[in-house]
Write a protein that binds this ligand. Structure first.
Ligand code: PPS
Length: 284
């Protein structure tokens, strides 16, 4: 049945865009290299923001690369059809992206020296952002109603699975020196502090001027402009009828959740996140 949703070890994927057959094989066979730089996120958590930040850091603040090459070519997603092909020809250092949960990510990473940056975002805002992006990721036509998508999200019955499992799984790496945990909210609060942290983690030394250029070119407005210039968002729009650079703010969930949904969410959050150090997160 072509309409059936494929899944790998319990995680739903989309046949059209994911290299579904390869995901399970990649776990054993994909060779992560010591020089790889990997961005790891649950969807809608600031992936493209981090892709541009790291691209700019490696370009010493020069925006020509991010202006001329779309994000999916600069930082291919290892599990996507288009990414898989692109990665084959990449030279070190390779820049990779993935939304895979820890139990599906190539196991060679764990014994490598590759650096990974994990971005987490308030899951309430993730729900809202994901809801607006579901066209390409819709498992269910009822998802056009927010309440239905909300329910599926809480059950983890969405593409890439449960947000809770994703973050808990990857946080098991948090004491490793090759793993940097950041949040979308802290990028918002002080991008300069975050960029300096990322530079230290990647051992890149940038001048004040170069840092200023990173900050300017990673702002929401300039990123949006670059995407229009290189046709990236136009292609997105055409293919999926969605925009990536949608609002880019924190706390929008308050305009979407009913009081009942807020309570349901908080109860589940407490259950699922029990035992994790709550100071890790700028939300509660
Ligand atoms: S994806 O499709 O999963 O890779 O999406 P992802 O890039 O992770 O997340 C998209 C959301 O990130 C917001 N965004 C930004 N916010 C602030 N500043 C900058 N520079 C920025 N760039 C991207 C984008 O607007 C999406 O969030 P929402 O809430 O939908 O606007």
């Amino acid at each position: 049945d072509p309409d059936e949703v494929p899944s790998v070890k319990g995680i739903p994927f989309i046949q059209k865009i994911h290299n579904v057959e390869a995901i399970e094989k990649m776990y054993d066979e994909f060779e992560v290299r010591d020089k790889d730089v990997i961005i790891m996120t649950y969807p809608k958590s600031g992936t493209h923001w981090m892709i541009d930040i790291i691209s700019l850091i490696y370009s010493n603040g020069d925006p020509s690369w991010i202006k001329s090459v779309p994000a999916w070519k600069r930082f291919p997603w290892i599990e996507m059809k288009n990414g898989f092909e692109l990665i084959k020809n990449k030279e070190d250092p390779r820049f990779l992206t993935s939304h895979l949960p820890v139990h599906l990510f190539p196991k060679s990473y764990f014994s490598s020296k590759a650096k990974m940056i994990y971005i987490a975002r308030n899951p309430r805002d993730v729900i809202v952002s994901y809801y607006h992006f579901i066209n390409p990721f819709a498992l269910d036509s009822s998802w056009s109603a927010f309440e239905n998508f909300f329910e599926s999200f809480l059950r983890g019955n969405v593409v890439y699975g449960s947000w809770f499992d994703h973050i808990k799984g990857w946080l098991s790496m948090r004491n490793s020196e090759k793993f940097l945990f950041l949040t979308y909210e802290e990028l918002h609060q002080d991008l300069k502090v975050s960029v300096e942290k990322i530079c230290r983690f990647l051992r890149k030394k940038l001048s004040e001027e170069e840092i200023s250029s990173v900050l300017e070119n990673a702002s929401f407005q300039v990123m949006e402009k670059h995407r229009l210039e290189n046709n990236e968002s136009i292609e997105y729009l055409r293919r999926n009828q969605v925009v990536l650079m949608r609002k880019g703010i924190c706390g929008e969930w308050k305009n979407y959740f009913t009081v009942a949904q807020m309570e349901t969410f908080n109860k589940l959050y407490q259950e699922k996140m029990e035992g994790l150090d709550q100071d890790l997160f700028p939300w509660n």
